[in-house]
Design a protein around this ligand. Structure first.
Ligand SMILES: C[S@@+](CC[C@H](N)C(=O)[O-])C[C@H]1O[C@@H](n2cnc3c(N)ncnc32)[C@H](O)[C@@H]1O
Ligand code: SF4
Length: 449
């Protein structure tokens, strides 16, 4: 396929980690609504838990996460006190001991939490929830702030998956993003985790960074694969300085343009697939026997705020500043800034500040978008029937897709839309045709490719 056709459909579109997407959450849903939604959850509902730790030792200039630099431990210790309070409050609303299939510690850098405090946090969760025997307990790791003693503590606490931030191994790229991290540092983190039995490991890579070249990123991809992780993420760098002003420290004239981004993505993705990884969705790679690859092959992959997952829990409870939650009734988000979050909890209140209640039409469109993002195909009549909707409701979406179909990026047969493999980089644009909120909000998104 000619690159010019793909580039025609590049643009700014959401990453669809939810539908409706976060810019459409509003103040109409707050603590009171969240409390009512929690109380209404059926007792047998399996939960997924997310705990956000918004602290880092230093700031990477590319970072799009909600985080701050902590030079002392006290802000982290104080934040943890609020987190414990929030767990108590949420569990008070839930009542009983709810089943949990998945726990994710994200950030920021959760490994900045002191070993004793991390143990205490997991103990507290186990007091309130019933973890499934095979529950996945995952943590994001900055290998520059990690040591064998921490690996031992994580393993003893039941952590069984780790994702490690790498981005790129080339020194020139690392310097340009203020993230200098040697291959030895990364390799040591993997060794430490494996020594203590944490074998499920993924590495995060980025394309679209300053000074990246196709040859260089191929080398980074090969080095990452050589470390033997079962998963590798290859995220497109989201340059959103209007949301993350520190990204202005990266000069825009050294950022690759869209044509170059496409070449970088192709070079890294090509190397990873040649080395035996299966490409999943828009930005994941996994070894063929990995649970994510199996879920993708069986049509059981899901998309949530953490990206792709094989965790089918119908509700996600988020703890911490900026944490997002998904309930059958809708989405919620906590106060994004730590002081505001802590103030709510000090006052004995939930910290929910935004959210959205979802309608049947939202659920229907969400299912289409999730299937497209996960499987690159969606059977519109079947999905419409599942939600009791008239397939005629897709007329406008299909009209928007007509030029994309004419250009050969998608096929539509008996109402089933299939994105051709070469058009994977622009699947978000295909999803956007089903997004009825997009036109109603001026939110700016990152580049599709
Ligand atoms: C919370 S960080 C990972 C853990 C740890 N803080 C670290 O950096 O090693 C999660 C990942 O998000 C990705 N990320 C951060 N900022 C991004 C951006 N602006 N665009 C795309 N991905 C980004 C990076 O790949 C990063 O490793
Ligand atoms: S990429 Fe990770 S370590 Fe760097 S600032 Fe963001 S959250 Fe912190």
């Amino acid at each position: 396929m000619d690159d010019s056709i793909l580039l025609k459909y590049d643009g700014r579109a959401p990453r669809y980690t939810s539908y409706p997407t976060a810019p459409h959450f509003g103040g109409g849903v707050g603590a009171e609504q969240y409390a009512a939604w929690l109380a209404a959850l059926a007792p047998e509902t399996t939960l997924s838990l997310y705990l956000h730790i918004p602290f880092c030792r230093s700031l990477c200039w590319f970072c799009g996460c909600q985080t701050t630099v902590a030079n002392r431990y006290e802000p982290i210790a104080g934040y943890l006190r609020s987190l414990h309070r929030e767990i108590d409050l949420v569990c008070g609303r839930l009542g009983g001991h709810r089943p949990v299939s998945h726990v994710h510690f994200g950030g920021g850098s959760p490994t900045l939490v002191a070993n004793a405090d991390f143990r205490h946090l997991l103990d507290h969760l186990r007091e309130h929830f019933v973890f499934a025997e095979d529950a996945e307990i995952a943590i994001e790791i900055d290998p520059r702030a990690f040591d064998p003693a921490q690996a031992a503590v994580l393993a003893a606490a039941g952590v069984n998956r780790a994702s490690i931030g790498v981005q790129d191994f080339a020194p020139r790229v690392q310097e340009a993003i203020n993230r200098v991290q040697s291959l030895e540092t990364t390799a040591r983190a993997l060794d430490d985790l494996r020594t203590y039995g944490i074998e499920r490991i993924s590495l995060d890579l980025l394309y679209g960074l300053p000074y990246q070249t196709p040859d260089g990123i191929e080398e980074t991809a090969a080095m990452a694969a050589e470390l033997g992780p079962d998963r590798i993420s290859l995220f497109g760098y989201a340059h959103v300085p209007w949301m993350r002003p520190h990204q202005r420290l990266i000069e825009e004239d050294v950022l690759p343009d869209t044509t170059e981004r496409l070449a970088l993505y192709r070079a890294a993705a090509g190397m990873l697939t040649r080395l035996g990884y299966v490409e999943i969705g828009i930005d994941h790679f996994a070894r063929p026997g990995d649970a994510l690859a199996l879920a993708a092959a069986d049509g059981n992959l899901v998309r949530n705020f953490q990206g792709y997952s094989d965790d089918g829990a119908p509700a996600l409870i988020g703890f911490g500043a900026s944490a997002l939650g998904t309930l059958p009734q809708g989405y919620v988000q906590n106060a994004p800034k730590v002081p505001e979050y802590r103030r709510a909890l000090r006052d004995g209140e939930l910290a929910t500040v935004r959210g959205i209640a979802i309608s049947n039409d939202d659920r229907l469109r969400r299912e289409i978008i999730v299937r497209l993002m996960c499987d690159l195909t969606a059977d519109l009549p079947r999905i419409a029937a599942r939600f009791g909707a008239d397939p005629a409701c897709f007329e406008e979406s299909l009209r928007a897709l007509a030029p994309i179909e004419q250009d050969g990026l998608i096929h539509i047969e008996d109402g089933r839309i299939t994105v051709v493999p070469e058009a994977r980089p622009v699947v978000r644009t295909v999803c956007a045709a089903f997004d009825t909120y997009l036109a109603s909000n001026k939110a700016r998104h990152s580049l599709t490719i």
